[in-house]
Write a protein that binds this ligand. Structure first.
Ligand SMILES: [Zn+2]
Length: 466
């Protein structure tokens, strides 16, 4: 009986761990590697195990750094079931289709470049839309709190992780001969008291915990202060007579922003605005959220029940087509535009930035992390000029960064989640850059907990671990 760390150990993307029980192999997540050095090559490289020898996969949630290499796993021979919560499965379908489209587009661009340079070696996409839709046939949906035997000797129970809709922490009971071990994989843990979603759910005692550590070294800004700031920005923006652009991730952040706009509609005087959700993917993801209102927290459920026959916001326009999106560019003032991508690396937000960024009466509001090297980061750093579609654009609009929105819990949330597991079991930390993981490790050790930062390729003997 053993646990092997592969991806998402010592870094934040490419989550993937292997459990070996009774000679069978279970994968925890199968995520795409994003950012860092040579992600394309790393994603293309052979898996450090034989895909055909994997018997089942358990997905903690739908983010692409947790599920984005599943189609590749199937392409390379995996034929077993993929266990996920029902809402997770519905979101995975949207995210994998988008990821496949992106892979196909990127490959076409790369091949055009190679042809121009006289290079005859063409590249293939990591996977196609057909591959992505094909893997969906292998999904088995399992609701929260329902124990299921996923392999002989492996029983799984999902619990709500409060991170995005349908996100789970995975409780596993492993049996091999007379040995029984209880393992918990945290998945990504959300913030407590976040809107729409329920709090991360506690579970029973365990022998070993595999825990994420993304913000293991940080505390988030207070939510109420963040909302007050957003309200203030919108009120002032209306006075200045421009537009407000909000770059946002399609799944999670877009729905959270719409929810805050809807619940603060009067307080923030939003009746004076036209609000655009300019992202087919965010619209689709919102439909999935809406269909799974049974997973909302109490406040959001009451709000949902009240809204059943009303529009979400009376002045919200959902833009699916490119024509609808381009029409927004003719509006000079009074538009709030929510569009992707969240870090402005592509997508419709880039066009809106091109039209509004050099206008001092406009505002750009960031609510998510902006990685080094992205257009979003350059704007947040308030460079004088940024390059958009190859041309310099002066940054004259007001730029704001809201600190309180995060799908991830901070250090305090992570310690609270761990603290709710009885018995203070030993911890292996994953899914964090080394500084964050080490800081959380130190905090746990200072509290008398046996903690280690997981290293890729390392295997833990679970028979001996307890
Ligand atoms: Zn996540």
């Amino acid at each position: 009986m053993q646990l092997e760390f592969y991806g998402g150990a010592g870094e934040v993307t490419g989550s993937c761990h292997v459990l070996v029980v009774g000679g069978r192999r279970l994968l925890l997540d199968c995520g795409l590697i994003q950012g860092g050095e040579a992600p394309l090559e790393r994603n293309r490289a052979p898996f450090p195990f034989d895909a055909a020898q994997v018997d089942a996969v358990v997905l903690s949630h739908a983010h692409i750094d947790h599920c984005g290499r599943l189609p590749l796993l199937t392409k390379r021979g995996f034929r077993g079931p993929v266990y996920a919560s029902p809402a997770c499965r519905d979101l995975v379908r949207i995210l994998l289709a988008d990821s496949a489209n992106m892979q196909e587009r990127d490959t076409e661009r790369e091949n055009r470049r190679r042809r121009r340079d006289g290079d005859k070696r063409m590249v293939e996409p990591l996977y196609t839309l057909d591959d992505a839709l094909g893997v969906m046939q292998q999904f088995r949906a399992v609701g929260y709190g329902q124990p299921v035997e996923v392999l002989p000797g492996v029983e799984l129970t999902f619990r709500d992780a409060g991170h995005i809709l349908g996100s789970t922490s995975v409780w596993l009971v492993l049996r091999e001969g007379s040995v029984e071990r209880r393992i918990v994989f945290s998945g990504d843990v959300g913030q407590y008291d976040t809107p729409i979603l329920r709090d991360p759910e506690p579970g029973p005692a365990a022998d070993l915990v595999l825990m994420e550590s993304t913000y293991g070294d940080r505390l988030h800004r207070d939510r109420a202060a963040t909302l007050e700031e957003l309200g203030g920005i919108l009120r002032e923006a209306r006075r200045d007579g421009g537009n407000v652009l909000i770059p946002a991730f399609a799944v999670g952040r877009s729905q959270e922003l719409l929810y805050e706009l809807a619940t603060h509609y009067d307080a923030w005087r939003l009746g004076d605005w036209q609000v655009f959700l300019d992202s087919p993917m965010a619209i689709e993801a919102s439909t999935v959220y809406w269909r799974h209102a049974e997973l909302f927290d109490e406040e959001a459920q009451q709000w949902h029940a009240r809204l059943r026959s009303l529009p979400l916001l009376p002045n919200l326009k959902l833009c699916r087509t490119a024509e609808e999106s381009m029409a927004i560019n003719r509006i000079s003032h009074g538009a709030i535009v929510i569009a992707g991508s969240g870090m402005c690396t592509g997508g419709r937000i880039v066009h809106h930035l091109k039209h509004n960024l050099s206008r001092p009466e406009c505002d750009v509001v960031f609510s998510g992390f902006q990685a080094q090297g992205t257009l979003g980061r350059a704007i947040v750093e308030r460079r004088d000029y940024v390059r958009i579609h190859g041309s310099p654009v002066k940054v004259e609009a007001r730029v704001h960064t809201l600190g309180g929105f995060s799908a991830h819990g901070d250090r305090q949330d992570l310690l609270r989640w761990y603290g709710a597991i009885p018995g203070r079991p030993p911890v292996w930390l994953v899914h964090g850059e080394s500084g964050a993981a080490q800081a959380l490790c130190d905090a746990l050790r200072a509290d008398g907990v046996k903690a280690e930062v997981a290293q890729p390729g390392v295997a833990v003997d679970l028979g001996a671990a307890a």
